[in-house]
Design a binder for this molecule. Structure first.
Ligand SMILES: Nc1ncnc2c1ncn2[C@@H]1O[C@H](COP(=O)(O)OP(=O)(O)OP(=O)(O)O)[C@@H](O)[C@H]1O
Ligand SMILES: [Mg+2]
Length: 253
């Protein structure tokens, strides 16, 4: 039983600022952003293209540093760690599903997963067991020995998902993890995330444009003007999506 408040709040982000460029060309992408995600919580992050969703995940995943603010993951202030400690922390504590999948082209699906498990120092038989069950969970058992070029876009995306889950890290950062999937497969992936969150207490931050995701998450936010605005539980569609739906309904009438 996990009972310390640091563990309950798996991700705590405060007053986060991230700008790019200099002088007259500076653009403020994240502007005093705050976010708290608890152990086992599934969080959806919505926002228009270019609003800073990937930027936010990169900061929480310790791949980038903010201009200002604090980021605590699993009770640890990731901005105060040495580079070496941060790299170790990232490898063990965070499963990434990157927006562009980042699979190594000459490695098979199984080998791509194996690599992250080896970096963590997991033994051979345990790695094999985890690879098998992760590929099975995403419906790719038959594709373990295929390289990314021999897989469809959606299959590659599912390998990236399997890789993030095989690590069994306490935090998974998933950047549009269902963008290349049909609705049925996307729902299967979201059910899988829910099951993993329940069974292992994994926290998921899921960036998406897909309204379906809200059926599976505990909370949903919109990234607007560099900050997160929480959606009410019974109002999961943003005004922009509602207006789009309205337009579509009109078109279909
Ligand atoms: N390293 C960088 N240098 C300069 N600008 C950057 C950098 N990284 C991101 N940006 C800018 O920050 C903004 C937000 O980018 P980001 O990738 O976070 O958007 P996003 O919300 O993930 O969009 P999408 O839905 O299209 O993936 C963009 O305008 C982008 O050009
Ligand atoms: Mg992005």
């Amino acid at each position: 039983m996990i009972d310390s408040s640091a563990e309950e709040n798996r991700v705590v982000v405060r007053s986060l600022r991230r700008s790019f460029g200099e002088g007259a060309n500076v653009v403020h992408i994240l502007n005093g952003l705050a976010l708290t995600a608890q152990t086992g919580e599934l969080v959806a992050l919505y926002g228009p293209s270019g609003s800073g969703k990937t930027t936010l995940l990169n900061l929480i995943g310790a791949l980038d540093r903010p201009n200002e603010g604090s980021i605590t993951v699993c009770g640890q202030d990731i901005l105060k760690m040495s580079d070496r400690a941060r790299t170790q922390f990232r490898r063990r504590q965070i499963g990434f599903v990157f927006q562009n999948y980042t699979l190594l082209p000459t490695y098979s699906a199984a080998e791509n997963i194996d690599l992250v498990l080896r970096l963590w120092g997991i033994g051979y038989f345990e790695r094999r067991r985890r690879i098998r069950s992760a590929l099975e969970a995403v419906g790719l058992s038959a594709w373990a020995s295929h390289v990314p070029n021999e897989l469809s876009g959606g299959q590659r995306q599912r390998v990236a998902i399997a890789r993030a889950l095989a690590l069994r890290a306490p935090l998974v950062l998933a950047d549009e993890p269902t963008s290349g999937l049909d609705t049925r497969t996307a729902r299967r992936v979201m059910s899988l995330f829910r099951g993993v969150a329940q069974a292992q207490g994994t926290t998921f931050l899921i960036v998406s444009h897909d309204p379906m995701i809200t059926d599976y998450v505990d909370s949903a936010y919109d990234l607007q003007d560099g900050r997160l605005v929480r959606r009410a539980a019974n109002d999961q569609d943003s005004p922009a999506e509602q207006s789009l739906q309205l337009q579509l309904e009109v078109v279909h009438d």
